[in-house]
Write a protein that binds this ligand. Sequence first.
Ligand SMILES: Nc1ncnc2c1ncn2[C@@H]1O[C@H](COP(=O)(O)OP(=O)(O)OP(=O)(O)O)[C@@H](O)[C@H]1O
Length: 644
Amino acid sequence: MDGSSETNEMQAELDSVEAELELVQLQITELLQKQAELTSRKNVLLERLGEACDSAQPSSSASSTESCGHVMSKQEMQHYDGTDFPWSKEVVWNLKELFKLSKFRPLQLRAINMTLSGKDLFLVMPTGRGKSLCYQLPAVCSKGFTLVITPLVSLMEDQIMYLQLINVPAAMLNASISKNNAKAVMAGITDPKSPFKLLYVTPEKIAKSKLLMSCLEKAYKAKLLSRIAVDEVHCCSQWGHDFRPDYKLLGILKRQFPKVPLLGLTATATSSVLKDCEKILCVQQPITLSASFNRTNLYYEVRIKDPDNEASICDIASLIKSRYQDQSGIVYVFSQKDAELVSSELQKRDILAYPYHANMDPDSKSRVHREWTANKIKVVVATVAFGMGIDKPDVRFVIHHTISKSIENYYQESGRAGRDDASADCIVFFGFSDIFRISTMVVMENVGQQKLLQMVDYCQNLDRCRRSLMAVHFDEVWDDEGCNQMCDTCCRVKDYSTVDITEHAKQVVQIMELAASMDEKLTPLKLVEAWMGKGPAKHRKTIKPTTLSRQQVEAVIVRMLLQGYLREDFSFTPYTTYFYMKLGRKAPLLKIQSHTLSMKMRITDGRSAVVRAASGQGKAKQPKRSVQCAGDAPVSKKIKTDLP
Ligand SMILES: Nc1ncnc2c1ncn2[C@@H]1O[C@H](COP(=O)(O)OP(=O)(O)OP(=O)(O)O)[C@@H](O)[C@H]1O
């Protein structure tokens, strides 16, 4: 053997060893990822188990730590759910007669009794579950007034309008009110007759107005300052997602008025953020009450969206007509154009539906909102612009014509259903091409892509309860029992079977490799078509078509994307973003004989019960000729959407 062929052989062996090493590295990464997922799940479960054990302990020795620093026994905690306090009669009377509510929601009475007992408290409760009542009701039952710190003037105005409606005197101090008005409010603070029960101020006012602080000082001395409520308390902490510098200065309140109980309210705060808030606000060992994010009255369902837009609207129309005749609901859509189109199509099918999006004039928007609230309009077909201030109790369904851009967004949007605690449905129509429409929109966001894929996983996953998939995002565990058959996966466990898709995935890789070898970029649609033997005649000759249905083809591609066998690739022009598919970092694993890939699929008919093995299983040959992949229309056009 001459020197050069020896070198060639060694080079070939080196290449092969390097390739193998790369595969091993991928397997290690995959296992480490799995380990991290399992560890995080284990930690959440351990925490839950700890809580469960605490609450199972005999009351004499119980020591539940439901607070950041303050230790309170379970029995003591439960004591605050009672109605034998000196103020209880007044509290219950006001709940019914003033606020016109029949009963308390979980944790409301506990929070109210605790704050009326003078305890400092952090209340973590999902949006729309009724945090405001926890300081509004105590304010009415206390002498003097409650100081409420709120970050947004619009939220302040909404609350004051509502309180005026129910005859509770309230005032506000912010940059938008007149000097005379501000003067009257300042005078009211020290008035022993307390002309208002709640005073709303921005954190800036506390930080900057010496006059306000001196009035509050006088009110404190005269025992007129009964309570301090800090809304959106997570804004204090730089670790929170919405830090506001003026919140950092609110520590002055507890330093100046140490005997006034403080109530911090938030819908989103981890325990480390709350610890930080505790320090910033100078509260010592506050009790933290956290309500579960699990909305037990909501039924979650995912339906496959028909690729034909008209057919998909037809599906929504018949769903509304058959299940929600004369009931109130929202259909969320992706773009302003979709809002116009879907609402007019629903109208053609005798459904009283109107569009709502950011590009409508303010009068039309508020008319749609008003008439829907008054039940004159049954369905609002809206972009995400329909969100803030939507507080209709009897929304019986929220249908997503297009998936949300993240699970957190989906939770908020779907959470507008069933606020009256009666059962309501949250249904997503999951369409393959929608993934890529949204992808191009979120591509510039920090973790936009990652969050979108979590939403896609929520839609495609048939292994786990939909609730439990959502719970992870709120650091909670809602197991199947917690679901109580209130999602389609829990209801239809028997309709799904696990299918080995390894050979199918290998075919996809082959197509991608061929395209890459020809320097051709594949859009998701083109990949589907090439695999199904559709598209130009020359493609059909080169690729052996799959035996899978279009729905299954799309499902396999989505699974491969979610698991890293495929990945997204974008190219940008000043006007639009183009979306293509690429092989993912795990694609080489499919070259290993022992590596398998499986997924759950819905058994809708005999055919899909077992997805038949791809042709040429185990000995797939490379087609000799290449796939012609270029030429299909790029996925993204410039679309007007209402970003949240
Ligand atoms: N006990 C109750 N029973 C029925 N409805 C209630 C109850 N408590 C509050 N609500 C209603 O729930 C809705 C939402 O309340 P609220 O605005 O206080 O929520 P929130 O938790 O402050 O939400 P956000 O985080 O959006 O500010 C209101 O319409 C309120 O009247």
